[in-house]
Design a protein around this ligand. Sequence first.
Ligand SMILES: *[C@@H]1O[C@H](CO)[C@@H](O)[C@H](O)[C@H]1NC(C)=O
Ligand SMILES: *[C@@H]1O[C@H](CO)[C@@H](O)[C@H](O)[C@H]1NC(C)=O
Ligand SMILES: *[C@@H]1O[C@H](CO)[C@@H](O)[C@H](O)[C@H]1NC(C)=O
Ligand SMILES: *[C@@H]1O[C@H](CO)[C@@H](O)[C@H](O)[C@H]1NC(C)=O
Length: 557
Amino acid sequence: MALSSKCLLLFISLLLGYGVLQLEATADNQPYRTSYHFQPPKNWMNGPMLYKGIYHLFFQYNPKGAIWGNIVWGHSTSTDLVNWTPHEAAIYPSQPSDINGCWSGSATILPKGRPVILYTGIDPNNHQVQNLAMPKNLSDPFLREWVKSHDNPLMAPNFYNKINSSSFRDPTTGWLGRDGYWRVIIGNKINQKGLAILYKSKDFVHWEEAKNPLYSSKNSGMWECPDFYPVLIKSQLGIDTSIDGPNTNHVLKVSLDDTKHDYYKIGSYNQDKDIFIPDNGPFHKNSRLRYDYGKFYASKTFFEGNSKHRRILWGWVNESSSVENDIKKGWSGVQAIPRSIWLDNSGKQLVQWPIKEIETLRLKEVNLPKQVLKGGSVLEVSGVTAAQADVIITFEISELSKAEVLDPSWTDPQLLCSRKGASVKGGIGPFGLLVLASKGLQEYTAVFYRIFKSHSKYVVLMCSDQSRSSFNHENDETTYGAFVDVDPVHEKLSLRSLIDHSIVESFGGEGKACITARVYPTLATDAEAHLYAFNNGTGNVVITTLSAWSMKKAQIN
Ligand SMILES: *[C@@H]1O[C@H](CO)[C@@H](O)[C@H](O)[C@H]1NC(C)=O
Ligand SMILES: *[C@@H]1O[C@H](CO)[C@@H](O)[C@H](O)[C@H]1NC(C)=O
Ligand SMILES: *[C@@H]1O[C@H](CO)[C@@H](O)[C@H](O)[C@H]1NC(C)=O
Ligand SMILES: *[C@@H]1O[C@H](CO)[C@@H](O)[C@H](O)[C@H]1NC(C)=O
């Protein structure tokens, strides 16, 4: 398969994408294997869902470990989104319409609680087509066996629709319109224009392409894993994908194949015209709003009804190590901790927070009393297993007058963080956490803030600096950054990091900006890992609270 088509497969998991393989990893002697992040032997994310109180997670899996024929849907279930039980593959090539692979898709719960899956199959001509599968036995709580529709493929490129047959994949969860028609969108590309092609159906089996796409944007490249869902205004509760009421906005998320980031737009959905109208402009490769400003791709949300009423986001987190090292360790890719996601009160962005179930893994709480963290100081947080921890720190900034002036040309937060890493002294900041740090600070990942003055207001920059995370510099050590919409004069500034051996998921401003990093320390592994708070600015900051917990190991397959 040509290099260019590797990404088509995207979901085929990273490893596969590189043409590498298999490897049932053992947890022993594996300093980078995570303990509470979901990790199948290989993975990538498919449609998650909840059915009769059981969460289902499907992921791309190659049972033969060979290159990418044989791509099947691996399947695990959970009752708490933390501990997972493996099952046999749910969907595997068995029909002409998927004989060359069962790629990504989504689950939808039809009326009377009937779950179905729409997924992309690769047909004998290597064309991407959309197929339907249903559980064989609805009384089986684990829905272990799935049968396919005899009508497959249900949607296919042809002479009339002129859909690009090598860029037509990843159907979304369906939503039901007021007219009684189900709708789904599918990612597509024509030349460099990315599109969300809309299909409509009365019965979920016979689908017709709508006259216009739900939305499209020039020069954005292929849209993988689109996601489209409503969010409530001024509420943290999630709502069903089909709801389209007066108190809602809609979110369109796309995974841009060309940049490997997940971008979203908030806007309105005009159901009569079947178009999405974003509040500000089309997608492009520098679009500002992202779910995560580090490594996080090909994500999907699902709505959880019952008593919880939340929308949950799952994302897939690639490795940053070299392919050779991935082969050596025998696995690649993990799932981020599922996050609740809702619309910020400002209406201008989404907010994400780790699902509360993850707190059941917290073991021993360590607290630090309120104290001043002087410019140039480092403070160890001892008593936690720093390689496997959850930490929340909140700051109060007492000397804002020392903030540096933000140059108007500093508009790219990632670039600004890479120029002003943890070792570049500022006025207010860098201050934050040093995680997966070695005792003598030869290695650490610095997750921190820096505050700038811009006219009459302050601008908060959040960074994750991996440049000193490992002595092994073959890893991708890109520094990540995001601006956080917090007013440091009136609001507290908080930072939470979920640390799990080789992954650091950080939430700034109570979930207004998220940055996920993959790091591979050589000294700061397991019991040799330490956790510190630090302030490398000239101005003092105050730690108002700091709580840290050791995290138990979850049962992952
Ligand atoms: C369906 O699943 C239930 C529960 O596991 C089981 O008791 C029943 O025998 C299954 N039916 C068939 C036809 O396999
Ligand atoms: C169709 O998609 C393939 C794979 O990305 C791409 O190489 C090709 O240029 C696309 N064709 C058109 C007309 O966009
Ligand atoms: C995975 O990470 C590698 C190394 O950082 C990067 O080159 C590659 O583009 C990433 N792939 C995806 C699909 O994110
Ligand atoms: C703080 O800054 C000094 C001077 O630039 C640098 O040597 C040191 O490594 C920095 N500390 C951290 C934790 O980055």
